[in-house]
Design a protein around this ligand. Structure first.
Ligand code: ATP
Ligand code: MG
Length: 421
């Protein structure tokens, strides 16, 4: 117990950290390319924010939040998703008074009490982007394009973009009525949560994970058939924009998304590798959320992309992730003069951007060489007192088991040249 991480959580171990670093760096670089600026908000918020933002009838709020009272008697919740906190910050800092739109991205842990399985954890991590202040479908296309381009750059193939429109409050009323009419004959069979949703928010029933409810909703009326002119035009505009950007998609009228705040555009990037948790990225438009959280009426659109699922998909696609944190050079030193020289050289190489290690246990030469191999270094620089006297140092190219002799004053330049630094 004491030595087990809590269920549904995972350590990011040193041997896999480079993968996380790679995708995080690449995501931030791409977000820069699109002009999104990074934001980070606290890991916890006032519980009320998620009741208002995510919605009282969602699974997240009803079943999955980590909520507790702090010592001051406040109800606090660990962030289950990224959008509501960013909206809270936007309102708190009156960023709506700045020229719009506001384009932001983040890289955050989220917490949901769910049943852990492959691609589903209780602490998971998300990349997210948000565009506030534009109701133009150019913003939706920009957000989708960023997700599309990121997955493409990561080398992922076989991910499908699915889009839908889930309308706005005015056209949703007609759909709700049709949905209730459709569900009424089998009301008694619905799970207790969905019985409650029947009056409050029947759309949520479409997203219920219980097998009975999923069966009942088969063939239910779809929102797409109830869109008002404005929502229909917007959806057409979105498709035109995606076509112009050469982004392939399929229309999937079954996408409803698990959060109440979505309006109009809803989309998902789904991998076809056959895993159950196949949605790598999901998002959409939320034109009423900012107002709901207490700000002025401001439209928004964004997505969340699960980093664990991204890495799983990359693994399934056999993508080799570059290990940029690896050791380039290992300095093996024997003797006092060699040690003095070696410690100077290690600083010099590090200053030149070369990842360099020495043996911190002062082992014998065999032990140091073994350690050099273990680090995966490309080169071992072998320094003994003899070498110092002669002014010639041995460099072993470890992968090739080849050894070369290099004059002492050329060693740094030679390694920089070899390593492209
Ligand atoms: P799902 O339908 O798979 O439960 P969701 O609709 O609840 O996903 P969002 O709230 O839209 O997911 O979150 C965006 C992304 O975050 C998801 O597409 C997924 O990649 C990831 N994600 C969501 N929940 C988890 C979880 N419990 N563990 C790992 N990743 C998750
Ligand atoms: Mg979910």
């Amino acid at each position: 117990m004491l030595t087990n991480a809590p269920k549904g959580t995972k350590d990011m171990l040193p041997q896999e950290a480079y993968k996380w670093r790679y995708v995080r760096t690449e995501f931030a670089k791409l977000a820069d390319r699109y002009g999104f600026r990074q934001i980070d908000t606290p890991v916890f918020e006032h519980t009320e924010l998620f009741h208002r933002g995510v919605g009282d009838t969602t699974d997240i709020v009803q079943k999955e939040m980590y909520t507790f009272e702090d010592h001051g008697g406040r109800s606090i919740t660990l962030r289950p998703e990224g959008t509501s906190p960013v909206v809270r910050s936007f309102v708190e800092h009156k960023a709506y008074a700045d020229p719009q739109p506001t384009k932001m991205f983040y890289d955050i842990p989220c917490f949901r009490y769910e049943k852990p399985q492959a691609g589903r954890l209780r602490q998971f991590h998300q990349f997210g982007v948000e565009v506030f202040g534009s109701s133009d479908m150019l913003a939706d296309a920009e957000v989708i394009s960023l997700g599309y381009e990121f997955l493409r750059r990561m080398g992922i193939t076989g991910v499908e973009l699915r889009i839908n429109s889930i309308g706005c409050p005015s056209c949703r009323e007609g759909h709700r009525k049709a949905l209730r009419d459709f569900l009424r004959p089998r009301y008694d069979e619905l799970c207790s949560t969905c019985k409650d949703r029947f009056e409050k928010n029947p759309l949520r029933i479409l997203d219920c994970k219980s097998p009975v409810c999923s069966d009942i909703v088969k063939g239910a009326p779809v929102m797409m058939d109830y869109l008002c002119d404005d929502c229909r035009d917007a959806f057409e505009q979105l498709k035109e924009n995606l076509d112009a950007m050469n982004i392939e998609y399929t229309v999937d009228t079954g996408i409803v998304r698990g959060l109440d705040y979505y309006t109009k555009t809803a989309f998902e990037f789904v991998s076809n590798t056959g895993r159950a948790q196949s949605t790598v990225c999901g998002g959409g438009r939320y034109d009423n959320l900012i107002e709901q959280v207490g700000g002025p009426s401001t439209p928004g659109v964004g997505f969340g992309l699960g980093i664990e699922r991204l890495l799983l998909t990359m693994e399934e696609c056999g993508i080799d992730i570059p290990n940029e944190g690896g050791t380039d050079v290992f300095i093996v030193m024997m003797g006092d003069k060699a040690k003095k020289y070696g410690l100077g050289l290690v600083s010099e190489l590090r200053a030149r951007g070369i990842n360099t290690q020495i043996d911190l246990l002062s082992r014998n030469i065999k032990g140091q060489m073994k350690n050099a191999d273990r680090t995966g270094a490309g080169y071992a620089v072998i320094v003994g007192d003899n070498e110092i006297e002669k002014g010639i140092i041995s460099v072993k190219v470890l992968a090739e088991s080849r050894q070369i002799e290099v004059p002492m004053d050329e060693i740094t330049e030679m390694l920089c040249r070899e390593l492209g630094k």
